[in-house]
Design a protein around this ligand. Sequence first.
Ligand SMILES: *Cc1c(COP(=O)(O)O)cnc(C)c1O
Length: 374
Amino acid sequence: MKKIQMVDLQSQYYKIKNDVDNAVLNVMDSAAFINGPEVKSFQNELESYLDVQHVIPCGNGTDALQIALMALDLKEGDEVITADFTFAATVEVIHLLKLKSVLVDVDYDTFTISTEQIRKAITPKTKAIIPVHLFGQCADMEEIIKIAKEHNLYVIEDNAQAIGAEYTLSDGSVKKSGTMGTLGTTSFFPSKNLGCYGDGGALFTNDDALAHRIRGIVNHGMYERYYHDEVGVNSRLDSVQAAILRKKLPHLDTYNEARRKAAEYYDEAFAGHDQILTPKRAENSSHVFHQYTLRILNGQRNELQKFLTEKDIPAMIYYPVALRKQKAYFQDSNDADFENTDKLLDQVISLPMHTELDDEQLKYITDAVLEFMK
Ligand SMILES: *Cc1c(COP(=O)(O)O)cnc(C)c1O
């Protein structure tokens, strides 16, 4: 059996090696390393895949979130609501820009931000909501957009974990994750569903004026060469990464399908076990399984992780600490209304999930989990 990894990027690369190698060598040959034609082509191809007006590539997914907040002209002290249970980057950029993060609980079953808690957290200072499409499925976007309209708020979708997922609105129309809010952001970190071979990220929007603004911000606040109209950043996707992403984008749906098949194998193996909860699918979203995350109810989650490690099965705790307990952002934490996050911190364990898992590996993993859980 092939060694089991949390993410197997090497096997995935070998399947497209010729294509990718040639694309990279062509960039070397062209010497158009920055803002070359590969970047523009990738941008156009991603726009058509997502059916969105504008994709603006940038340096990474964290930059994308920061740039999104910069583009919305938020002022010091403005409040941004996001989830307590997510990767820290989402909250970090809020604090970096001297805005105030207001963290709220998530839904226990879908792991995404609770819309009831969003409503409770709104104040006159609230300016934006950042739903995170955690582990590969969309937050309750229809309700979030409705709340945002009622209170005149921006919505920034942190889509770093769910690119390719689809959301069905109640009028029957289907949208790609990241294209429903004011802005969407994503990351092309290698292990993400659409990963490059270094760092990369992008913003999405259907708003022409906002897109123009963002294209300036990512380029030193420059709208005309050598005229700096605002303080921006330098955040670019380089041509080598764009060339690689152009080779991977046509496989994204197949990759997500492979993840779904692995998830179904896991689901079946654990179905009906009274101490294991398998990930619940959100009502209106497809799931692209950036992570496959179980909830372990018998209090033995850490012991299970240790048992799996001894069997050479990597398993990760995403995420072990609530963001409201991180000292970089908060000095004291309010623990009321975080019941779900706090349960999840003790229960979640993510199993190996990638595009290259085979049945032999899946059987080995599920047998091991069931052996421990009895
Ligand atoms: C990965 C990730 C980011 C950050 O992306 P980078 O490219 O690593 O900066 C932000 N938000 C979420 C939810 C992520 O998973």
